[in-house]
Design a protein. Structure first.
Length: 491
């Protein structure tokens, strides 16, 4: 029998709810036809798709990154404010489309406020300049009698938007980026952008775009950036996308090992750099784009540029594995943004008549709604699997959180066996005891390749049962290829 033991005193770190953030880009049908579809009977008076809005509410994302992505490196924010009929359509080079600019800053901030999510705006550090960036901060957050503040008021927004989170550039380390930058160029640009943006509003939190090309000059980039601008960095932004291009289930499930490597390496690197440069301010990791993405990419032979990935059950498991990694690394990962939210590599998929929820929607929804305030260390013993260079990978991928206020323990378990149900003894350490039945939520489906669709929207979903427990423990059998969340009240 496998064993999971949780000791309520073995606290890893507090959890920042911003790890359940999202990302919306002007790309394919994420904004137009996803979030915003003015002439649809499904939309409200502001053109917001109410069905999409309701589905997004279920995900309880505390922060939403916008407007890109690669898109932002050619974006002019001024094109997207003011009377809609006067806004210019522009050739959009990142995704080879035409941007109408009907949806822009004010529509986005309004949408976020209604969704009760914090807007996170990324400024153009590709073909844009620092003047444009600081002007955007002033337009959004300014309170003085300046031309930009008057312009915002003229556009119907008297009160400042108070946008707290800003990013400087996107994936500047990638050759695919408009205005890609060498480590030296970006460190210099970041310093100057950040300086003036924080002069306009010293309360804003800034994310630097450090790593998206994991074959690139990762250490040199982070080193130069922290050396030159460390005091002005709140988050080091890293991106990753994972997938199963070789159709090898075990190798795909072992992605946890890669994530552990990446996060631990970054933690070590940041510790070293902060020591070296005697930095007193904390610098967190923001995984400001993450997800499964491998089918609809040009390297995979798909040049449609709409990124309409259809997810299956194994992808849902991998989304849960990524969330487990964020919980285990809660001390350093203080923000993460699922890329993206609708249609484009997303948990919600629309057509003009409605939507269906993709497989990956369910683990995200469950984690976001049950995650506690504190990450706990977990003892685990049991079945393992080996694949490629990875020997003895635990079959159950586990994380745990404590909600101090509700006195609730949430245990997150991914069973990565395709065939084997794993009977597991779950016990508490010396402190505390279980009280009342455990709520068991399980994401599963008939097969690892099961998908949802308009015709079969619930092939993969969540089942809910209650389990009777003893004060100090219980036994639960984790079904093959499942994500299980066990929520228990504590005495
Ligand atoms: O999310 C899709 C794209 O992935 C983003 O535009 C870019 O930042 C990343 O490469």
């Amino acid at each position: 029998m496998d064993q999971i033991r949780v000791d309520l005193d073995r606290v890893l770190a507090s959890i920042d709810r911003n790890i359940f953030g999202g990302f919306a880009e002007h790309l394919g049908r994420c904004i137009y036809g996803g979030i915003y579809e003015p002439n649809s009977p499904l939309s409200d008076e502001n053109g917001i798709r109410t069905d999409v809005f309701e589905a997004l509410c279920r995900l309880r994302m505390p922060i939403l990154r916008y407007p890109g992505g690669n898109f932002v490196s050619g974006y002019r924010w001024r094109d997207g404010v003011g009377p809609v009929e006067e806004r210019p359509a522009r050739a959009e080079l990142a995704w080879n489309s035409v941007e109408s600019n009907r949806f822009g800053t004010n529509e986005f901030v309004q949408f976020c406020r209604k969704l009760e999510t914090e807007p996170f705006l990324v400024v153009n550090c590709g073909d844009g300049d620092m003047r444009e960036a600081r002007d955007w901060v002033e337009y959004c957050n300014g309170t003085q009698e300046t031309a930009l503040v008057k312009l915002r008021r003229q556009h119907g927004f008297d009160a400042p938007h108070n946008v707290k989170y800003w990013g400087i550039g996107n994936e500047v380390d990638g050759h695919w980026q408009i205005g890609a930058k060498t480590p030296e160029e970006y460190a210099r640009a970041y310093l100057e952008f950040a300086k003036v943006m924080k002069w306009v509003d010293p309360t804003i939190k800034l994310t630097a775009a450090v790593t998206s090309d994991w074959d690139g000059d990762i250490v040199a980039r982070a080193g130069l950036l922290v050396e030159q601008a460390g005091k002005l960095i709140d988050y080091l932004g890293i991106h990753w996308y994972v997938g199963n291009p070789t159709n090898d289930f075990e190798a795909y499930m072992a992605v946890s090992e890669l994530l552990e490597d990446r996060l631990s390496a970054y933690e070590g690197l940041m510790r070293m750099l902060r020591l070296q440069h005697k930095l007193e301010n904390p610098i967190a990791i923001g995984v400001d784009e993450w997800n499964v993405w491998y089918r609809k990419r040009s390297e995979a032979g798909d040049f449609s540029n709409t990124l309409e990935e259809i997810y299956n059950l194994e992808d849902a498991l991998v989304v849960a594995i990524q969330l487990n990694a964020f919980i285990r690394h809660a001390a350093s990962v203080r923000m993460a943004n699922l890329a993206q939210v609708v249609n484009v590599i997303a948990p919600i998929f629309t057509n003009p008549n409605g939507l269906f929820l993709q497989t990956i929607f369910y683990p995200f929804e469950l984690y976001s709604n049950t995650c506690g305030t504190t990450a706990l260390d977990v003892f685990w013993k049991g079945d393992t699997f080996s694949t490629g260079n990875h020997i003895g990978v635990r079959t159950l991928d586990v994380a745990a959180t404590l909600n101090e206020e509700k006195k609730q323990l949430a245990l997150y378990v991914v069973n990565r066996s395709k065939t084997k149900a794993l009977e597991t003894a779950i016990t508490l350490g010396d402190t505390g005891g279980f009280s009342g039945p455990v709520q068991v939520f399980e994401v599963n489906g008939p097969d690892i390749k099961s998908e949802n669709s308009f015709d079969h929207p619930t092939t993969v979903g969540v089942s809910r049962t209650d389990l009777k427990v003893e004060r100090k423990g219980y036994v639960h059998t984790f079904a093959p290829h499942s994500v299980t969340v066990l929520v228990s009240d504590l005495a």
